[in-house]
Design a protein around this ligand. Structure first.
Ligand code: TRP
Length: 339
């Protein structure tokens, strides 16, 4: 699927991330880098979904800093408040109100079929309803802004299908109100595998690199990366095709150097440590402008506050309108109806 919209007015897209603090390499490669590139072509809304985070039992004491740090990462990597609306979900109460209204058209069976629901509820003795209803809030996030598309990873495809189903069901029951949103699944990157060489990159698995790390800290993480397990000694021939460090080079290292690394790895003339060093240096160099921008925001936290305040205000203008229309469709408008 192409990221190029048709000509004419820009189409609106919406996406969000849970506030788990500073963004990491997986967030960047899998999502943020693509979002940045979409900002000129689409009318973009970027959210920090803190009300989704509470379904996973997020710690209240650390939540504010998690939200703030993710906002700094958003801005540091180039999400641009001049071009896009950037805001925090809980600042716009229309999200949860619309989610409640969507309860009326969402089959419980559909919620129970979600693989993420099954995974998250698997080992719980008592399952919070929020884990089950999570995709309803996600549908509300998206449809509150009548988004045409949602750039997400393949892991969110099922939730997007449910969003589409909710839009269709609502429209059928109450009249045409919502678009049937397109999932814009990034095809250029597959699953970003973590430094452990096996699981999806994630902060909780501690197999990634925070985007704003200083070069020494990038190296401290990258040097732990798992490479070809068959390579024991430095001069053993390696197999780049099974090595995750090699696959990460694809994002950060120029073709000539990569070809050279591949040849020397196969010949056993470059060791894994040297190969990781090149990767680590290239990551640090690529992210240097982000560290600089983050530093400016961290020195002026009021700027971040201002961005999020203005973002929430702009979001609410759209949100109020959609919510009023939705309530009217559902007959929750006695005052206007009887005047
Ligand atoms: N569920 C998404 C995730 O875990 C986060 C999310 C919440 C989201 N609301 C959204 C993504 C709306 C896209 C659109 O990644």
């Amino acid at each position: 699927m192409s990221d190029t919209p048709s000509t004419g007015a820009k189409k609106r897209i919406f996406s969000g991330m849970q506030p788990s603090g500073e963004a990491h390499l997986g967030n960047y490669l899998g999502a943020l880098r693509r979002w940045v590139g979409m900002q000129d072509d689409y009318d973009c809304i970027w959210c920090i979904v803190d009300e989704h985070a509470i379904t996973a039992g997020a710690d209240p004491a650390s939540m504010p800093a998690m939200v703030f740090d993710l906002a700094v990462s958003y801005l540091a990597v180039g999400l641009d408040p001049e071009k896009a609306i950037i805001f925090v979900q809980s600042d716009v109460p229309e999200h949860t109100e619309l989610a409640w209204l969507f309860n009326a058209v969402t089959p419980v069976g559909d919620l129970e079929r979600m693989t993420q629901y099954k995974d998250k509820s698997q080992n719980l003795e008592s399952i919070p309803a929020g884990i089950l209803n999570y995709p309803i809030l996600q549908a509300a996030d998206i449809l509150l802004y009548k988004a045409y598309g949602v750039p997400v990873g393949a892991d969110q495809k099922q939730h997007l299908e449910l969003t589409r189903e909710i839009a269709r069901k609502f429209n059928a029951a109450y009249g045409d109100t919502f678009p049937v949103t397109e999932p814009l699944i990034g095809e250029d990157v597959g699953r970003i595998v973590g430094l452990d060489g096996k699981s999806k990159m994630s902060k909780s698995l501690n197999n990634t690199v925070p985007v704003l790390s200083e070069p020494d800290d990038v190296w401290a993480r990258v040097r732990t990366a798992v490479t070809d397990p068959q390579r024991v000694r430095r001069d053993d021939p390696g197999r780049p095709e099974v090595c995750n460090v090699y696959s990460l080079h694809a994002f950060f290292t120029d073709d000539t150097t990569r070809t050279d690394i591949e040849t020397r790895c196969r010949a056993g003339t470059i060791g894994c440590v040297d190969c990781k060093r090149i990767l680590s240096d290239n990551i640090s160099d690529a992210f240097a402008p982000y560290r600089e921008r983050a530093r400016q925001y961290l020195e002026n936290p009021d700027q971040v506050r201002r961005v999020l305040n203005e973002g929430a205000e702009k979001a609410r203008v759209i949100a109020r309108e959609t919510l009023a229309e939705t309530k009217q469709r559902m007959g929750l408008n006695w005052r206007e109806a009887l005047s």
